[in-house]
Design a protein around this ligand. Structure first.
Ligand SMILES: Cc1cc2nc3c(=O)[nH]c(=O)nc-3n(C[C@H](O)[C@H](O)[C@H](O)COP(=O)(O)OP(=O)(O)OC[C@H]3O[C@@H](n4cnc5c(N)ncnc54)[C@H](O)[C@@H]3O)c2cc1C
Length: 428
């Protein structure tokens, strides 16, 4: 019997994939005996917040493309979402109760799935752990002890933009005091630009945190807007300090935002020190005031919320198995993917990879040409500043096409072509 721990977005999908391939699965779920502060229903695959699974545009949106990739590989989540959808323009929104009920019934009625209601308190030796971003208590302690740390309890992240959308005419490349290998892209600001930025940052709307998400913030991960509220010059002496940085003409700017690579390819750049709790639209509006970011494409917004996730590059392989425990896998948000669909995707692949390994078959990890391959590889790739990632074009292998719309269409065609090959290879 293969243990799958947690019947959320990822665990439900993982259990389904294994059971459909003929394995006996023990699906361990703590509900209804115990619930996280965000879970309210007794059903599996519960959407804890929005009922939208984001865009359904296969040829113009990376999350829409991921959905189609999953459909083609037989995702239960996508089957449930397609059958319980409600009108929502270009988004795939669902009737949340019907959606969860659909998945719950499918799992309960499956002859190979044995549901056990209990709280898992220790990391198993084998199986798939999918206990989600609110994993806590004894299981959290057990995971942390097993990996010697390597587990985060809270997410304080800065926005990420695509490298190709930065206006390099308004940047210069340099390391502070010339120490380093020219890794930072510097976005200088004049006094007027800095003042305008601070004014809008202070006035911008913030997200209201739920009680369980509030916590004492360490000085090192203070939201940029809180830092700015300490005085007009606070950022110039902190996150945006220009000391040790001179542009090509040798001049020190009034203030500087630094951008740093988020992935090995350098296709994504993070706004250093700009962890923020502003609403997403406000982040785009305010950070776009920085000249180099005036047309920036934001692929991930900053968040400050409760989020249990592994230091995946240290702990996991790209097939979601643990580096030094071949039959122990993780799936879902705890692996460092972010979002409902992304979590379900990792559960689907973890289930498929587990089954292949069990039967002595080599893993088939899709390439960075498709979203599921790019996300799988992102979580396992070496990364000193690892932060969770959602579906976006920045992590996909590039394509040299200047028309943005056409580029997305061609990327989608390439991705779906690869998924069809993966499906054929998995069937062998
Ligand atoms: C408050 C909040 C709001 C979010 N809103 C959104 C959103 O609007 N859109 C979006 O795309 N993403 C959102 N996310 C992010 C993420 O996509 C979801 O959390 C998603 O549900 C993650 O899927 P998962 O399978 O990893 O975890 P979950 O769906 O949380 O599933 C984990 C399951 O494991 C069970 N479990 C936990 N611990 C144990 C244990 N010790 N023993 C047995 N069972 C256990 C839980 O009861 C749960 O059923 C949100 C996250 C949070 C925390």
């Amino acid at each position: 019997m293969i243990p799958v721990i947690g019947a959320g977005l990822a665990g439900s999908e993982a259990a389904w994939q294994l059971a459909e391939r003929g394995e006996q699965v023990e699906l361990v779920e703590q509900k209804p005996a115990r619930r996280s502060p965000a879970h309210t229903s007794d059903a599996f695959c519960e959407l804890v917040c929005s009922n939208s699974l984001k865009s359904d545009d296969v040829y113009g949106n990376a999350c829409g493309l991921l959905k189609e990739e999953m459909r083609r590989l037989g995702s239960l989540t996508m089957e449930a979402a397609d059958r319980t959808r409600v009108p929502a323009g270009g988004a795939l929104a669902v009737d949340r109760d019907k959606f969860s009920e659909y998945v719950t019934q499918k799992l309960r009625q499956h002859p190979n799935i044995h549901i056990v209601c209990r709280e898992q308190t220790a990391l198993p030796e084998a199986g798939i752990v999918a206990t989600g971003p609110l994993t806590e208590g004894a299981l959290y302690a057990s995971i942390e002890a097993r990996f010697g740390g390597g587990l985060h309890f809270y997410d304080a992240t800065a926005p990420v933009v695509t490298a190709e959308s930065v206006d390099y005419a308004a940047t210069f490349t340099a390391d502070r005091y010339g120490r380093g290998t020219g890794d930072y892209v510097n976005c200088p600001m004049t006094k007027e630009e800095y003042e305008a930025f601070v004014t809008e940052l202070l006035a911008a709307e913030k997200v209201t945190l739920k009680d369980f998400e509030k916590r004492e913030i360490f000085e090192g991960c203070m939201p940029v807007e809180v830092m700015a509220s300490r005085g007009r010059d606070a950022l110039r002496f902190g996150t945006f300090k220009p000391v040790g940085l001179a542009d090509e003409s040798g001049r020190r700017p009034y203030a500087v935002l630094q951008l740093r690579r988020e992935n090995a390819e350098g296709s994504l750049l993070g706004l250093v020190g700009c962890q923020t709790n502003l609403k997403f639209g406000e982040q785009k509006r305010v950070f776009s005031l920085i000249p180099a970011l005036k047309n920036a494409e934001f692929v991930r917004y900053g968040v400050m919320h409760r989020n249990t996730f592994l230091d995946a590059p240290r702990v996991l392989n790209a097939d979601f198995s643990v580096k030094d425990a071949p039959m122990l896998f993780f799936a879902g948000q705890i692996t460092g993917v972010e979002g409902y669909v992304e979590s379900a995707m990792s559960g689907m692949l973890a289930g498929i990879h587990y089954w292949r390994k069990l039967h002595g078959k080599p893993p088939i990890v899709p390439s960075e040409a498709c979203v599921m391959g790019a996300l799988s590889r992102y979580v396992a790739a070496e990364n000193k500043h690892f932060q969770p990632m959602n579906a976006n074009y920045g992590i996909l292998r590039g394509l040299d096409v200047s028309d943005k719309k056409e580029k997305k269409r061609l990327m989608a065609e390439r991705a779906l072509g690869e998924i069809d090959l993966v499906r054929a290879a998995l069937a062998k």
